[in-house]
Ligand binder design. Structure first.
Ligand code: ADP
Length: 296
């Protein structure tokens, strides 16, 4: 899947024609040509590197994200932490270009998926949102749809039908650790599931369209500790196939799930380092004050 539009609008940049074709590097190598959303342990693929270059995000005249340079490595979980209002959600919404959907909101700078700027003139925004999936704070299954249809909805838009569609729904539900719990009631409403199951259903829906990157914005904040643990275990599993970026206000959660952690303050990136370093030996005094509970 290319993030570049196939419409008549030729790239305005100096990209070569090859750049509009999926390249093994940018499109996640899959030696057997199979889709990414496999069952746990089925296969390993490599997510792309995501790099923010001088990223600014605005609401009208107000700058909520300031000149952020940050790289998210493949098959790694990166946590974004920082006090409420520091710009974490805004930053992740820039990565799948949802920020610009807010009236008067805009972003400047670059968001690179491997070497491709998601803000380039020739980029298809719908394809970006497919390549960069998002899981929200509150589980949001489509309210009128069955469990099956919740997962199948995105695949139907891209032409999925029949046996193939059923297989992909099963694979996505397995990939989200939910199949065994729902396989006998796929036709019942998604809203009938518990909160934790609904969140895993949303994760199944996200992986169903075979993204490369998964953004999670406080995905456990509405869940009880047991449901939270299941999602955290699932994140560990998902990182073998995707690049994962998780916003969390829960520092224990960052310590449990994240390989690296980025600390933000007032829209700026203060520090990004291996999670252990952030919590035990940060290089910036403000990080230390935050992780030791002195503010926030
Ligand atoms: P965090 O996720 O760290 O809590 P946000 O990204 O939600 O922070 O917010 C960053 C800043 O942007 C805050 O000052 C917030 O008030 C402002 N902000 C967030 N959403 C909007 C919006 N829709 N319109 C205007 N300002 C917003």
């Amino acid at each position: 899947m290319s993030i570049f539009s196939r419409s008549e609008g030729a790239p305005k940049t100096t990209r070569t024609p090859e750049d509009t074709q999926p390249s093994p590097k940018a499109e996640t190598p899959r030696p057997d040509g199979s889709p990414a959303a496999g069952a746990p342990g089925e296969r390993k693929t490599t997510g792309p590197r995501v790099a923010l270059k001088r990223l600014d995000a605005f609401y009208g005249e107000t700058k909520a994200v300031k000149d952020v340079e940050l790289t998210f490595e493949p098959n790694t979980v990166t946590a974004l932490i920082g006090p409420s209002g520091c710009g974490k959600s805004t930053l992740v919404r820039c990565i799948n270009r949802m920020h610009e959907e807010i009236p008067h909101a805009r972003a400047e700078g670059e968001v690179l998926l491997e070497d491709r700027d998601l803000y380039g003139d020739d980029v298809d925004v719908v394809a970006v949102r497919r390549a960069v999936g998002m899981v929200f704070q509150k589980p949001n299954p489509f309210p009128t749809m069955s469990i099956f249809d919740n997962v199948a909805a995105g695949m139907r838009l891209t032409g999925g039908r029949g046996h193939d569609l059923r297989q992909r729904v099963e694979r996505s539900l397995r990939g989200a650790g939910l199949w065994e719990e729902v396989k006998d009631r796929l036709d019942t409403p998604g809203m009938g599931l518990s909160g934790g199951q609904q969140q895993r259903l949303c994760i199944a829906r996200t992986v169903a369209v075979e993204p490369q990157v998964i953004l999670m914005d406080e995905p456990c904040s509405a869940l009880d500790p047991i449901a939270t643990l299941k999602i955290e275990e699932l994140i560990e599993e998902l990182k073998t196939r995707y690049t994962i970026i998780i916003v969390t206000h829960n520092m224990q959660q960052a310590a449990r799930v994240a390989d690296t952690t980025a600390f933000m303050l007032s829209g700026e990136l203060v520090e990004h380092a291996p999670t252990d370093t952030i919590f035990t030996n940060p290089s910036d005094e403000r990080t230390e004050q935050y992780v030791t509970g002195k503010f926030g």
